[in-house]
Design a protein around this ligand. Structure first.
Ligand code: GLA
Length: 500
């Protein structure tokens, strides 16, 4: 009782100096190099704290709750991580509790946050997490359990507030660049089930690409195709089951969609190229494959337009057709079955069945490198002559130092001189370790790229990252995006949302 009364009095005193509304918690560390730093002895007896060379010591205790404590303006419902080192030399082993005393309307209550054991004369690290309920004030203190009279030391006490998941009070990158180009991202099916994540996505991004859900592996209905092939080898069946939830979300939340991808050498069922849609049977003839190509493109573009009128603003017709080393057409099933003109045919069908105004793109990686750039240029020239291509998608999976910015700009100029637009379709910049210095370099690199993008804004249809947060990136061990886990803004985000 004595304890409660005196604590209430002490806390009333403290309350008068605490801000009425605790917001904007500043992460805190006590290194005790300049005094007690606001720590005081909680007790009515002779307990007192003193400081010596970075260590806070409490002596003169006569109750377990006689403890070093400090007041913090915590925010209810937020997560705090607490860390400190503890040492005692009085008994062979003692148990300690990190606790919180809190008051509401003048009544003080207590909570044990975490416990641990400290053997004689050894520093022991204590770590724990705390999510406080709503109170008027909070005091974190370190007490003992059945070791009322021992003296003990603490050092390097830190308390940090965890980032708010999917923060709403940060700038929106799409708004910052709205007068330059739409900023977007890729999204995947599993993310679509997380409403908080999707709402964060929609606050930050103006356009989204289904990461996998409009690729032939997701769209071609092989079982239905097999049935149809019994009477017509050229028939194609498609469905949009994987894409629908994200397309619904985008439609309902004002996010535009970029389609990716009609044809690709990868993530395409092998069965598509075989008689009877059976991978064990021979490859189809050129004529059958041209007809399947036309039917696939028609069914996909018209099917999506019917379900989502106007939602899909642009589409990758073919992805990654040029070989890195030769600059010639990459070997793939389309080239094998249809022949060298398969891209001209595909773009022709896409133009025929796309809603008027839909932007048709050729998309590839390592565009700024030779001999790829020359190969892509030749390909585009031929498609431009057909009048079927509008845009070159630069995937832009980059590193902090490569390719250099001059190379990228030269590639922009070379492609633009042909008379097509540009898109940055899959941007990410890898680093080799999750270190502040690397994230600073990554931020600098993003800034340099966005400066270039702003310069070419008139001809740049969109800038899309390949994913929202590092932990869900295809390159998750190389931390390539502007948000960390749960949408935590990284240095790159903070840099990009400030225009130069
Ligand atoms: C390429 C493709 C994308 C995606 C990435 C890896 O860049 O264009 O669709 O598959 O590889 O995630």
């Amino acid at each position: 009782m004595k304890k409660i009364v005196s604590l209430v009095l002490a806390l009333m005193l403290i309350l008068s100096v605490l801000p009425a509304c605790a917001e904007g918690f500043e992460n805190y560390k006590s290194d005790f190099t300049e005094g007690t730093d606001g720590w005081y002895a909680r007790g009515t007896g002779s307990a007192k704290v003193s400081v010596n060379e970075g260590v806070l010591t409490i002596t003169g205790r006569d109750a377990d709750w006689n403890s070093p404590g400090k007041d913090f303006a915590l925010n209810a419902g937020r997560e705090y991580s607490i860390q400190l080192y503890l040492r005692q030399n009085d008994v062979s082993s003692a148990r300690f509790i990190v606790s919180c005393a809190h008051t509401k309307d003048g009544t003080e209550t207590y909570e044990n946050i975490f416990k641990g054991k400290v053997k004689q004369d050894a520093w022991v690290k204590f770590t724990g997490k705390y999510i406080p309920d709503a109170y008027d004030s909070y005091t974190i203190y370190i007490e003992t359990e059945n070791a009322a009279e021992i003296s003990f030391d603490i050092r390097d006490f830190t308390i940090k507030e965890a980032a708010v998941p999917y923060p709403e009070d940060i700038p929106s990158i799409k708004e910052v660049y709205a007068s330059y180009f739409p900023v977007g991202t890729a999204i995947t099916q599993s993310e679509t089930r997380d409403a908080k994540r999707m709402n964060f996505m929609a606050r930050q991004f103006a356009i989204a690409t289904p990461g996998n859900e409009l690729k032939p592996d997701s769209v071609l209905d092989v079982a239905a195709c097999k049935k149809l092939a019994e009477t017509d080898e050229t028939a194609v069946a498609v469905h949009f089951d994987a894409a629908k939830p994200m397309l619904d979300y985008c439609r309902d939340n004002g996010v535009a969609v970029h389609g990716h991808t009609l044809l690709w050498h990868n993530q395409t069922p092998e069965a598509l190229f075989h008689e009877g849609y059976d991978s064990n049977k021979p490859y189809c003839s050129r004529e059958v494959m041209i007809a399947r190509m036309e039917n696939y493109i028609k069914a996909t573009l018209e099917g999506l337009e019917e379900l989502y009128p106007g939602l899909i603003v642009s589409f990758d017709v073919v992805n990654e057709a040029i070989d890195d080393n030769t600059g010639k057409l990459r070997d793939c099933n389309w080239k094998k079955t249809v022949g060298e003109d398969y891209l001209n045919l595909a773009f022709g069908f896409a133009r025929k069945y796309a809603r008027p105004g839909m932007v048709l793109c050729y998309n590839d990686y390592s565009v700024p490198y030779q001999p790829k750039l020359t190969g892509i240029t030749e390909l585009l020239k031929s498609l431009i002559a057909d009048g079927t291509v509008d845009c070159m998608g630069f995937q832009s999976h980059y590193q902090v130092n490569t390719p250099n910015i001059i190379q990228i700009e030269q590639a922009f100029q070379q492609i633009l001189s042909l008379g097509v637009k540009l898109r940055v379709s899959e941007l990410d910049i890898t680093v080799t370790a999750a270190r502040d210095a690397q994230f600073a370099a990554q931020a600098g690199r993003y800034r340099q790229l966005f400066d270039l993008y702003m310069k070419y804004a008139d001809d740049l249809l969109a800038v899309q990252f390949w994913g929202i947060t590092d932990d869900q990136s295809w390159l998750n061990t190389e931390y390539p995006l502007i948000f960390g886990m749960n949408g935590k803004p990284k240095a790159a985000f903070n840099t990009l949302v400030k225009l130069p």
